[in-house]
Design a protein around this ligand. Sequence first.
Ligand SMILES: [Cu+2]
Length: 400
Amino acid sequence: MARVTPNLQGSSTHGTDMSGTALSQIESFATFGCNVPITNPKTPDLITQQTVPPGIQLKEFVRKFFSSKLKMPDGSEVEIWAFEDPLEKDSSKRFQFPSAPIVVGEGDLVHNKLESSKNSHTIHHHGIEPTSMNDGVGHTSFEVTGSYTYQWQATDTGTFFYHCHKNTVLHAEMGMYGMLIILPQDHQRPDGKLNAFAPISGNVPVDIVDNTSFKTPDDLRCYDVEADWVPDEMDPRWHSLNHNAGLCGEDAGLNNFNPIHFLVSGVPYYQQGPQQGQPFATDPKNLELVDVTAKLGETVLVRFVHAGYTVLTIDVPTNLEVVVIEDTGRQLGGKRSPYSAPFRIPINPVIPAPLPLTPARRSTALVRAKTPGRYEFKLTFYHWITGKPLGIAIPTITFI
Ligand SMILES: [Cu+2]
C-alpha cells in the first residue's frame, strides 16, 4: 500500500499555525480541565485532488451537526444529536441516526469536514490514530465552532467508528456517532461476492474446519450480505442536559446512568416500563432497518459496534455457524495480528457462551445456516457496575 508522506519542502506541520490549539501549549493537568481550546485552524499539509500522490485515492466526506427527536415505543420522544451528511441528496440517508457510515478503501486518503453549525464539536475517528491535529480529541487538540477538515489515511481494513469527542461522555450518549468501515481494495470479487479482509496469514483453525463449512482462508473473508448492528442504550435524563454539562466539574449527574431504552442501529427494541423490566414491542416497520435476509448457502457478515455504556452479551443461535473474524479493528489472524486466530461461537454448543462486547468494542462475524429459518441474536445489556440485566434487543437474520 502506498503511504502518503508529507512534502517537507513545502507546507509542513512545522510551518502550520497551531496557535489556539492544545498543541501550542505545554500539557498539564489543566489541559484536561474545562478550558478546552476552541478554534477553526487550517488542516496541516492538506492534500487536494490536484496534489494527491499517484496510486492514492482521496475520499471526501462532510459531517454537520443536527438535532432531532427519536420516538420511543411508548410514544415519548428523546432528543438526539447526530451528524448530517450534506452531500447526500436522499433525505432519509442524509439525516440518519446513527449518522451515515463512512466507508473507504485500504490506503485511501480521507477528508472528513466537520461543520459544527451549533456550539462546538469534534470528530474522533475511533481506532484510526491519526496526527494529534486530526485526532478530534478536544482536550488535546481543539473543538471546532465553524469547520475543520480532518485528514487521515486508512491503513487497516476493519470496523471502526467515528464520534464527537467534546464533553465526550454526554455527546456520544446524545448520539453523535456513526460507523467507519475500511474495506480491502479487492472488496468487489469477480464472482459477485464481497471481501471484508485479505486472506488470513495462517491456516484455518482445526475447530472451524471440523465443525463448520468454513474451510479455507478465503472462506473467512468472503460474504454475500452485510448486517451492521450498533447497540446503544439511552437514559432520557441525560438527553435534556446542556451540551457543556459536567465539563467544568459541576455535578451534572453524569456518574449516574440509568438507561431505559435499548436500541440497535437507532431502532428502539425495548423499554423498561413502570414495572421494572416491562418490555414494549418496537414498531415492526423499524425492524426492517436492522434485520437482514439472505438465501440459504449465502454468508452474512455481521459487524457489531458497541456505541453504549453497558456491558453487552450476544447469544447466537446454536444451530447457526458463526465465526468471529475481527476484534475491534483487527482482523483475527490478519497481517497486523498474526498471533490471533478466528474462532467460532458458541465454542461449546452444549453450554453456549455468549460473545461479550464492552463499550467502543467492535466484533465482526461470518454467519451461515444449514436450514432455512429466522434466527434471533439476543443482545442483553447489563449494568456496568452491578452486572444487573437492564434490557434486551433481538435483531434477526432470516435465511430463505
Ligand atoms: Cu459534540
